[in-house]
Design a protein around this ligand. Sequence first.
Ligand SMILES: [Zn+2]
Length: 302
Amino acid sequence: MPTRFNEGIMIPIRVQHISDSKQPMQDRTTALGYLEQVVSSTEEFDRVVSETLPILLDRATNYTKQFLRETGQWSDDVAHEKFALRWGVEYLEQFLVSGRSEVPCRPLFLLDSIVAKQHSRPDPFCYHPDLLTPLGRLIDGLVSRAAISRDALIALYHHCFGLRPGQVIAVLGLNGSTCQRIYKNFKRWRDSGWQRAIDDMGITESEIQDLCSRLQRHRQQSNGEAEKIIRIAQSHYRKSEPDHYPCLSRRQWADMVSEGYGSDYRIWHLALCLDCFTATWDLSFRGAAAIEKPRVEFHVRP
Ligand SMILES: [Zn+2]
């Protein structure tokens, strides 16, 4: 077990959550005390929980980190920070779903027991069986890379839909310096990023060739499978960015595009959410209308 990590370590995501919540330490302590009290109605549960979400997320994430450290699965890098955060969100969601039916309860202890129960299972971070097929491993690898690399994130528009840089820019309604970055992202991914990611996934060249020829021979069936797997992977890895996680209404997307804000949200969320992407592809007037409605057309190579 690595010893250089101690509980006092401050990491970017944690710092961000603390500063985002804009609560001085005193308030957090008060909120924790509050969460230890019994809530006796579902309304009270909802209110207490919604006021303390950042604290609960921090707690679930830190438990996951602690578990990874204790089981020798931790490394001090962005990928592991995001892994812990993703599972923190997962546990928080389970807590939100089941918590209301546990009333009366002490919310803090209920969250702790949900996390402890998960971590005591034989394979606490088990994956969906579809992600274990060759196609599943590739998609899982690409989407997980997207959670930590912007080049990989942008490349998802190509791998999932076959879009070229200009089309990505048009569909997302981007402008200014952001456009130049999209071209750079594509280039770096093609030059080296993709190959590095494939090597890290442990996928061999012959497996890649098999996948390519299968996609060619059974195009429709393979794309149907890919769509299913992409959805599973996207909903999992979207949790790496809780701030960019919620799906928005078409109206909210439309405002964002027409008023020109939230380009980060558009880039991030739409790469990782098939439903929002297909629901909003025609919102940008700058040429997107000329692009056929994107559907899943999986591309193995960059
Ligand atoms: Zn969405």
